[in-house]
Design a protein around this ligand. Structure first.
Ligand code: ANZ
Ligand code: ZN
Length: 927
């Protein structure tokens, strides 16, 4: 029989047993299960190391909680819609459904090979009609509640993917520019704001870089298109999404910060400018710097502003400009603009200001209009320079050295006001508040950078939007009874295959029965993943997307683990959905996730391991167990780590060690019944390890749990080599190892558990409990370690080749008493108690008096104490009897290490060693 652990065979066997015994299915009557969830995978075809790390983390935690006695909900499903399937289908001459189904089969098999413990009875697949019908149903509920808008919008269009993209799906890339410099566009400038806190772009003012906006998926530069689009009005929740971040204490700060920046809350004010001959009467601008209002020299509105539209009707130049901007990519807009015939009235000075339509003013930021303050704002300064507008300084730098000419650029900091009427000579901060309070034309206001969520996609492989367009009735929602609107068969065509399906496109209006056109846009796949965690609660429910009672009981998700790249898209949408569903009375929670863990990246040669870089290690290459154990023991889940064969070896060796120990125990037996001192030491080590590992699992520090386990294995091995081990003590240690490693390496745990005749399956076993109160353990261990170190020191310095007998002598009882008194005094006064009075106090103590120690001895000891700087530790000194017991049970370590007899005893009355021994520091004599 071999002691080698044959992982393939072992894995298969236990996977079979787990399935046979149905160990991962959530109990029928579970009241409030611990919900552990990993972000479900996109069905790309194969499992990569990022997935494995993600799911190894949730699996370990889920298993740990299960052993702790929790009902655990740990489900798995498939994020199965999306463009790549369509592209793959195109390339491989198949259809997205067949392709996706094949991917799912393969990936599920891979997950099973890894031995992850999912409740597969809850598997969900978003491209199945029984899932996506609920997307449609929810779309309708959101629509009815006013959270859906259909409007013409100038949107991001990826020419390669042939679809629109949400704002969050457009990435900004830096491109070198040869001749132009500092030609920042309005859009780039506004995004600069969004990111300024992460300082990706901030600070490269005037460099020869420009920003290109590209598709997040294929990196093709995006265009602008004007299209009728569907939006979820996530901006309705901007304030709540922002404010609630504060309370998400279980979320990483980094993720919260990214969301905060993305939502982009800005405090400022609204300022009203009367505009002559405008049917709207006046234009509101949003400003964060109301104190600069006296420096406003023009008013500018975005090309989409009502005023611009109105002027365009009569003014050809305006009309032409508005049209050009509409077709331009935001990065091309720059600081062009047209002056209009309109005139605005400055609300405080009554001065007449020119009105411009300018592309750098963004339609959906603030009010879509600005007051131009060229002296103190970068963009306004550039615009004014280009259009020869006056630059009026109203803030003077408070220190003269900052005073530069306005030709050189705006002064954007705070300072002292000038040319500002009654506010002259006051500081910016003061005026900022006062001017708003003192003038009706200015009112406090908060705006958010967040935009509505554009959810329509001109692609096939997604949830059809349940709408028909009727010539007479406009857009009409498909009645609930007719859901799902099923995807017709795929046809190979350029553009959207749904457009090519006459039978799909032609519909009857549900309201009037007249001819209608079915909506051919499908939903962004992020809609699918915004609520899938709810579907897992009741995956087969047929009359609702989820069971609201269960949701009330089981939510929020206790622990959610996934990649950090989802900080804004998925994780923000999920929060939005939860809040909207709460307002639809479908949920009683307003946040979906309690603990969020962003897992770090697996690196290979310093680079992210990814198929596009060609540096992948296939998860199965080293066997499930080694891979799982390695990804968990390599680093804290939130840290990146480097994949190296050498480190993988460590994980492999640990398995062999544990397996070898269990096997040898069973096969060789040879244990002892009589219980000795050093068995107590081992028993205590086992308890300590259980306590430590438990704490590490609780804190998600699997790597430290692995180290503790390894350490116990080492001690147990030494114990066994030292002497025949005590049968029960040793077996308890080995069983503990099997149980403690089981969440991370379940096959190995099961195999060892089984060899040791543990009760039932380890996956269903109770988590081991430490037997003792471990409060004092740390002090205890420290005593053992420092004593061993002292012995080593003496052996070394005295160059004792072959010690025969090592004597450890515990200090006399009165010294412990002195320490206790000294500690009390240090506590009471914290003042410099002179040693004389300490001696008196000690001698007056009854306990000491009884011992009949002479005054001089005490005085010497006390004087010695006074010179030490670790007096604060005195109160932690163990009792004399405890110290004796600890040294007795650990003396085998001395014997083992130095191959000498170890003798532990208390100091006798006329013991020459008694003088040297101190509490916590036994005297040592070596012969
Ligand atoms: C007047 C002003 C004076 C402003 C000043 C700034 C400095 P930041 O500053 O980037 O955080 N703004 C408002 N709505 C806008 C829109 N739709 N498109 C483009 N710009 C817009 O953003 C706040 C400032 O952005 C606002 O404060 C406004 O310019 C501009 F010395 O108002 B400010
Ligand atoms: Zn109709």
């Amino acid at each position: 029989m071999t002691k080698h652990y044959d992982h393939a065979q072992v894995q298969e066997f236990w996977q079979y047993v787990w399935e046979r015994d149905d160990v991962y299915t959530l109990a029928e009557n579970a009241e409030d299960p611990t919900y552990v969830l990993g972000m479900f995978p996109y069905t790309s075809g194969t499992l990569h190391m990022g997935h494995v790390r993600n799911y190894a983390i949730t699996d370990a935690y889920a298993r740990y909680r299960r052993m702790q006695g929790d009902d655990v909900l740990h489900p798995m499903g498939w994020d199965a819609f999306g463009l790549p399937a369509e592209n793959a289908a195109f390339e491989r001459k198949t259809d997205p459904r067949s392709w996706t189904e094949a991917c799912i089969r393969r990936m599920r098999e891979e997950l099973e090979t890894m031995g992850f413990g999912y409740d597969w009875s809850r598997e969900i697949t978003t491209c199945e009609p029984d899932y996506y019908r609920w997307n449609q149903w929810l779309f309708k509920r959101l629509y009815e509640a006013g959270f859906v808008e259909y409007e013409a919008a100038s949107v991001n269009w990826c020419p390669d993917c042939e679809t629109v993209l949400a704002e969050a799906q457009v990435e900004e890339h830096e491109v070198e520019r040869s001749e132009t410099s500092g030609r920042a566009s309005g859009e780039a400038a506004s995004r600069e704001h969004q990111r300024s806190e992460t300082s990706e772009i901030a600070g490269d003012e005037g460099s020869s870089h420009d920003h290109e906006r590209v598709c997040w998926r294929c990196e093709t530069p995006v265009d602008r298109r004007e299209l009728d689009q569907w939006f979820f009005t996530i901006t309705d929740y901007a304030e709540e999404l922002h404010d609630d971040l504060e309370d998400l204490e279980g979320w990483p700060d980094g993720v919260r910060e990214i969301q905060r920046n993305w939502i982009g809350r800005q405090e400022g004010c609204r300022i009203t400018f009367e505009v002559d001959d405008y049917t709207g009467g006046s234009v509101d601008v949003f400003s964060t710097r109301p104190e600069t209002v006296y420096g406003a020299t023009y008013l500018a509105v975005s090309p989409g502003h009502d005023l611009a539209r109105e002027l365009a009707e009569t003014d050809d130049a305006v009309a032409e400009y508005v049209d050009t901007v509409r077709e331009q990519d935001p990065s091309e807009v720059g600081f062009a603009g047209v002056e209009t015939d309109a005139t605005a009235i400055h609300p405080l000075t009554d001065e007449e200001l020119p009105v411009y339509v300018a592309g750098y003013v963004l339609e959906d930021v603030g009010t879509g209009a600005v007051m131009g303050v060229p002296a103190h704002n970068e963009r306004d300064h550039t615009f004014a320079a280009e259009h020869d507008l006056p630059i009026e300084r109203v803030v003077l730098p408070s220190t003269p050295d900052k005073r530069t000419s306005l030709e050189d650029g705006p002064y954007t900091d705070d300072g002292i006001l000038e040319h500002s009427g009654e506010y002259d000579g006051l500081e910016s901060e003061v005026v900022r508040e006062r001017v708003v309070a003192e003038h009706d034309a200015l009112t406090e206001d908060v705006t958010y950078r967040l935009r509505d969520w554009l959810i329509s996609r001109q692609r096939y492989w997604g949830t059809p939007i349940p709408v028909v367009h009727c010539e007479d009735c406009g857009h009409v929602l498909v009645p609930d009874e007719e859901l799902p609107v099923e995807l017709p068969e795929f046809v190979r065509t350029t553009g959207n295959p749904l457009e090519a399906h006459d039978s799909f496109r032609k519909a009857e209006c549900p309201d009037c029965g007249g001819p209608a056109r079915r909506e051919t846009d499908t939903m962004d796949t992020f809609v699918d993943s915004s609520w899938y965690f709810l579907r897992f609660l009741s995956p087969h429910l047929e009359d609702a997307p989820f069971d609201t009672d269960l949701a009330d009981e089981w939510l929020p998700v206790d622990v959610y683990v996934g990649g950090e790249e989802h900080a804004i898209l998925h994780l923000l949408y999920t929060r939005f959905f939860t809040k909207a569903l709460a307002d639809l009375d479908l949920l009683d929670r307003r946040e979906p996730i309690t603990e969020l863990k962003s897992q770090g990246t697996v690196l290979y040669d310093g680079e992210k391991m990814s198929s596009s870089k060609g540096n992948v290690v296939a998860p199965q290459e080293y066997g499930a167990e080694t891979t799982r154990l390695f990804v968990l023991s390599a680093a804290h889940p939130e840290q990146d780590f480097e994949w190296t064969a050498n480190n993988v070896r460590g994980a492999y060796d640990l398995q062999q060690t544990l397996y070898g120990m269990a096997t040898a125990f069973v096969e060789e037996g040879d244990t002892r019944v009589e219980r000795l001192d050093h068995d107590e030491y081992i028993a205590r080590e086992i308890d300590r390890t259980i306590a430590a590992v438990t704490e590490e699992y609780d804190r998600f520090r699997f790597h430290r749990a692995a180290t503790e386990i390894q350490e116990l294995a080492r001690v147990l091995r030494r114990y066994r080599e030292y002497d025949r081990p005590h049968g029960e003590v040793y077996r308890r240690g080995l069983l503990a190892l099997a149980a403690l490693i089981a969440p991370m390496a379940p096959h190995l745990g099961e195999e060892c558990w089984n060899k040791l005749r543990g009760d039932g399956l380890v996956v269903e076993a109770d988590w081991p409990e430490p037997a003792d109160d471990l409060e004092e353990y740390r002090r205890e261990r420290q005593l053992v370690e420092t004593t061993l170190a002292d012995v080593r020191d003496i052996v070394d310095t005295a160059a004792i080749d072959d010690p025969e007998r090592i004597e450890l002598v515990v200090a006399p009882a009165w010294k412990y008493e002195v320490l206790r008194i000294a500690a009390d005094r240090a506590d009471d006064e914290r003042a410099d108690g002179d040693s004389g009075s300490l001696v008196d106090q000690v001698l007056e103590t009854d306990a000491v008096a009884e011992l009949e120690v002479d005054r001089e001895t005490v005085a010497t000891f006390v004087a010695d104490l006074a010179g030490r700087d670790d007096r604060a530790d005195f109160e932690y000194v163990l009792a004399a009897a405890d110290e004796l017991a600890i040294l007795e049970r650990s003396s085998w370590l001395v014997t083992d290490e130095f191959d000498a007899d170890a003798v532990v005893r208390s100091a006798g009355d006329d013991d020459e060693l008694a003088g040297r021994a101190r509490p916590g520091k036994p005297a040592i004599r070596i012969r």
